[in-house]
Ligand binder design. Structure first.
Ligand code: ACO
Length: 378
């Protein structure tokens, strides 16, 4: 008897040396390094090296990687024009999908073990340019290409807002990039893997991943979580909102729950620390952090017995909002970071474990029927 695993729960589709998750104990490691240590002691560029080359870089290797990133921010004018040709009210992830489709038609090359990693580095750099320009196009600002700097996060923030970011802002952005960089094989990475299994190009894999990331049950949750805080509006309204929305109307509490974590998501703990620190810079941000804390408390009180706790998207929105990003950009910021995980996983799959992904569906319709000519069907 064939078994169906709804939602592919507990189905393993590859081995990986990239990310280890212990969902019962709230442990997340990239290449064996605890996520807290990576955020505390390394940069996103070091994590790129770790994911693509299997270890943290030496100083020389890091400098080489930074140079490669700095040299790859440029994207063809036609792709910039494509982003700017879309209506300003377009969905930000949809705009990224469009831009990456355009990039795939230009850079979509065959897989090659000698160049796959450099392709991934270039793709990640171009993701920074695409994301910054999606924001700028939506805000009615002129296009920019990120400038070379000592930090991917710094170049991205400078390009996005056309001003020099503070070191605290760069550190928070860098932490967010590390925290969202990979998470094994969620829906978006699986979509990328399915696409790579046909040997479609790396940019097309990212288009597929972006499409899967967009939904509110996956990457879209950070926006949905923060919209809850906006809807609540004032900390003293939190209890009333929770009672009506979550307890009476039984809406899902966005930013809570996870297929793998059955305890507090370790990324949420780190995002919470950054949210607290950054939100101190403005009254509005502080208010939303306060609301988030109250929702968190009520959520844990209600859902802990079902092992439903805050996930990474619960506090990340407060960090992004405090950095000055509009809510509609939150999923795109997640995507920018996750281009690393997507590309690292598809390289791991295509280079070492490749096989066409082609599952089956168990047929449950009528076994055999005779075709009745249309004039006799009544
Ligand atoms: N609020 C209320 N109830 C919840 C929540 C939630 N956030 N999450 C799960 N549940 C409940 C379900 O109602 C269900 O209850 P039941 O058994 O009484 O019917 C039970 O928990 C199991 O829910 P499933 O949807 O089957 O569990 P799944 O493993 O698929 O859930 C998911 C994972 C989709 C992330 C879910 O927790 C959810 O919808 N959360 C809100 C959206 C969200 O925050 N997504 C971001 C995930 S992290 C990321 O993608 C980066």
């Amino acid at each position: 008897m064939s078994q169906i695993s709804r939602g592919l729960e507990n189905v393993f589709i590859k081995t990986t040396a990239l990310t280890y998750i212990d969902g019962d104990n709230g442990i997340l490691r990239y290449g064996g390094f605890d996520i807290d240590d990576l955020v505390e002691h390394t940069s996103f560029e070091e994590v790129i090296h770790l994911m693509l080359y299997g270890d943290l870089p030496t100083k020389v290797q890091l400098q080489r990687l930074k140079t490669s990133l700095n040299e790859a921010y440029e994207i063809p004018q036609q792709v910039i024009d494509t982003i700017y040709s879309l209506p300003r009210e377009s969905d930000a992830i949809g705009m990224m999908e469009t831009a990456f489709s355009a990039l795939s038609s230009i850079y979509g090359e065959m897989w090659n073990k000698n160049t796959n990693k450099e392709t991934a580095i270039k793709l990640i750099a171009k993701a920074s340019t695409v994301t910054a320009n999606v924001l700028r196009a939506k805000e009615g600002k002129k296009p920019v290409i990120p400038e070379s700097s000592d930090s991917f996060a710094r170049s991205f923030l400078s390009a996005s807002f056309a001003r020099t970011p503070t070191n605290d802002e760069v550190k928070a952005m860098d932490a967010a990039l590390i925290l969202y960089a990979d998470h094994e094989v969620p829906a978006s990475t699986t979509a990328a893997l399915v696409t790579s299994s046909t040997l479609s190009d790396m940019y097309s894999c990212v288009v597929a991943a972006l499409a899967a990331l967009k939904g509110p049950l996956h990457g879209g949750a950070a926006e949905e979580a923060f919209k809850q805080f906006l809807e609540i509006g004032e900390p003293e309204r939190t209890e009333e909102w929770f009672k009506k929305k979550i307890l009476e109307e039984k809406s899902r509490l966005m930013g809570f729950g996870h297929r793998v974590y059955k305890t507090y998501d370790p990324r949420a703990k780190i995002f919470k620390r950054y949210a607290q620190k950054l939100s101190e810079r403005s009254n509005e941000a502080r208010k939303y952090f306060e609301i988030a804390l109250k929702v968190e408390e009520l959520g844990i009180e209600k859902f802990a017995e079902k092992h439903i706790y805050p996930n990474t998207d619960f506090f990340s929105g407060v960090v992004f909002y405090s950095l000055g990003f509009p809510v509609y950009m939150f999923t795109s910021l997640f995507a920018l970071s996750r281009t690393l995980g997507w590309t690292a996983h598809v390289i791991e799959y295509v280079e070492d474990q490749h096989r066409l992904i082609r599952p089956r569906a168990l047929y449950i319709g009528p076994l055999k029927r005779e075709v009745i000519p249309i004039e006799l069907r009544g």
